[in-house]
Design a protein around this ligand. Structure first.
Ligand SMILES: Cc1cc2nc3c(=O)[nH]c(=O)nc-3n(C[C@H](O)[C@H](O)[C@H](O)COP(=O)(O)OP(=O)(O)OC[C@H]3O[C@@H](n4cnc5c(N)ncnc54)[C@H](O)[C@@H]3O)c2cc1C
Length: 545
């Protein structure tokens, strides 16, 4: 018997006479729902660990270990509180694992799953009355908040939603007015980081026998999955979650705001808190985190900036996902569904981008230091912070016309915090403009100047941001290719005016840089300044052409 099996048996109380609840893998909190208020002696919890889920996509090893280690520790923690636990090891869908239990124990309650994929799996059990769905108490806002805030949408806007929920909840409000006189201090939060203050080192944890066992399982069963397994970087217990939050509160939050948009080759997270994976599993509760931050003495730009991420963006993207049924149902269209056993997700692409994801995303060097550095961080940690996701990974993929669905699936497997409700809106909606202006006002694309200003990647790159970096040409080529589609966008008026003034020869060069850069990266070749990559028919100043 496994260490975990033994430990659970030792703690297991008498399961007789209990009312049973199914707790999905991402609802691992005893502080919400029935677990927070009913007598532990009366409750039984069903937990399911299934190879079917783990093998459904080539998830990063660290992600598999994070979910399994937290699921197992949660089982032990709740058993220690007196809850009876039925821990099911399965190899098929959740539905198949639950059916016999429902037959034996009677109907199970479940808080509404966050993931659409899990809701779809469980739908027949809900329809037959075997599963009784109750509200998910982990969210801070309701569908009504979303509807009320977006009177005329779609398109939907996060800032209107955020202002509405600030008013409704009274968070960072004094006498009906936002603290500091404005709802957002975003414009104050755009400093590059030059090394001072030093970036905090992410906390390390001491893996116990349960976590070690999960590590062995992942190494054995999922050896072919990508990514580095680093158990000491993995918060697995309730105490670890608290320790991570204490670290984030002390080391990150005081300077969270000013450096929020900065990027560095010396730190994958800078002053970002790294709590998303635990928030999404509910090992840390959004309500607790937001309340803590409201109560802290912090510079307002950091305090408000952080609260906006959780109360605003995190909740908003979830509502967009719900309102569009995972982007299957968009205003005036219903994008095709990708092929995958079961359902491969919606494939919107208003710009018509459909190129395969280039091998650089799986670790083949591209020669672009920004892209190579962030990809390396992701495979080492299953994490990178928001701006690297948006302005390096999604930016480059968008400039190369990569299929938004392929990019989404990559993010889904590569990041430890990715679940459909959050990764799809962030990649399809925000990162790639695949659904147009449905939830953002413009495509988030940039040339090398932005990257040079906000990061130190260019200092370790063979290309020069002002002369040889191909990203600038890729940016102009993107605007030129999609000019007709984008020309009515007021936020792109200035760049499109600049494009029209760009000399024809430069525009032709941009187009060639795009053609040859895309071909080289698709073939897994490294771009170089001197023209060594085979995709380049001649040497020129943009390096990929
Ligand atoms: C292309 C792309 C893909 C993304 N994929 C995911 C994903 O799969 N899972 C995920 O949780 N976040 C995703 N995000 C949002 C954001 O990048 C991460 O939540 C954040 O980087 C997590 O790191 P952190 O905890 O250090 O965040 P911090 O910067 O410390 O922010 C605090 C918290 O705010 C929340 N948050 C901030 N922005 C967002 C957002 N846009 N959407 C949802 N929550 C947000 C997160 O819970 C985060 O933990 C994505 C963003 C982009 C641009």
């Amino acid at each position: 018997m496994s260490q975990f099996g033994r430990a659970l048996r030792e703690r297991q109380p008498d399961p007789a006479g209990r009312r049973w609840l199914f707790v999905p893998y991402d609802q691992l909190s005893g502080e919400i729902g029935p677990l927070s208020r009913e007598d532990p002696q009366n409750i039984g919890i069903v937990l399911v660990e299934t190879l079917w889920k783990s093998a459904r996509r080539p998830y990063h090893k660290q992600k598999l270990a994070l979910v399994l280690a937290n699921l197992r520790h949660f089982a032990l923690e709740q058993a220690a509180r007196g809850m009876a636990i039925r821990y099911v090891a399965a190899s098929g869908p959740y539905r198949a694992a639950l059916e016999p239990l429902i037959a034996a124990l009677g109907p199970l309650r479940v808080m509404e799953p966050a993931e659409r994929e899990l809701r779809a799996d469980l739908a027949p059990l809900v329809a037959s009355g075997g599963l009784l769905v109750i509200p998910h108490e982990g969210w801070l806002t309701t569908a009504e908040d979303f509807r009320t805030s977006q009177r005329s949408g779609p398109p939907w806007r996060m800032d209107a939603f955020y202002r509405h929920v600030r008013r409704r909840t009274g968070l960072l409000m004094r006498q009906g007015k936002p603290v500091g006189g404005k709802f957002s201090f975003d414009p104050d939060n755009r400093l590059p980081w030059r090394g001072d203050p030093p970036a905090p080192r992410p906390p390390r944890f001491r893996p116990d026998a349960i976590t070690e066992e999960v590590g062995d399982l992942v190494d054995n069963l999922f050896a072919r999955h990508p990514g580095r397994l680093d158990l000491a970087a993995l918060p697995a217990t309730r105490q670890d979650a608290k320790a991570l939050w204490t670290w984030a509160s002390r080391e990150c939050l005081p300077v969270f705001g000013p450096y929020e948009d900065a990027m560095s080759s010396r730190s994958s997270g800078l002053f970002h808190t790294r709590i998303s994976a635990l928030l999404n599993l509910h090992r840390l509760l959004p309500s607790r985190v937001v309340a803590d931050v409201e109560g802290m003495t912090l510079p307002l730009a950091s305090q408000e900036g952080f609260i906006r991420q959780i109360l605003g963006w995190r909740e908003f993207v979830r509502h967009v996902h719900l309102a569009t049924d995972g982007f299957r149902s968009l205003p005036g269209s219903a994008p095709p569904i990708a092929e995958h056993p079961g359902d491969g997700g919606a494939t919107p692409s208003v710009l018509g981008a459909s190129e395969p994801l280039p091998p650089v995303f799986w670790g083949t060097p591209s020669g672009l230091a920004c892209l190579d550095r962030v990809v390396a961080d992701v495979w080492a940690e299953g994490y990178s912070h928001h701006i690297t996701r948006l302005m390096v990974l999604a930016n480059l993929a968008t400039l190369l016309d990569v299929s938004p669905r392929e990019l989404t699936d990559w993010f889904w497997v590569a990041y430890t915090d990715a679940y459909d409700w959050v990764v799809e809106p962030n990649v399809l909606g925000m990162g790639t403009y695949a659904v147009g202006d449905l939830m953002t006002t413009k495509p988030y694309v940039s040339g090398a100047a932005y990257l040079a200003r906000m990061s130190d990647y260019c200092a370790i790159c063979a290309f020069h941001p002002k002369t040889t970096c191909p990203i600038t040409s890729l940016y102009w080529a993107f605007l030129a290719r999609h000019e007709v589609r984008l020309r009515d966008n007021p936020r792109l008026r200035l760049p499109l005016q600049a494009l029209r003034k760009r000399p024809t020869a430069r525009r032709e060069e941009d187009a060639r840089t795009f053609q040859h850069g895309r071909a080289a990266l698709a073939a897994g070749r490294t771009l170089s300044v001197k023209g060594a990559d085979q995709a380049r028919p001649r040497k020129d100043r943009h390096g990929t052409d």
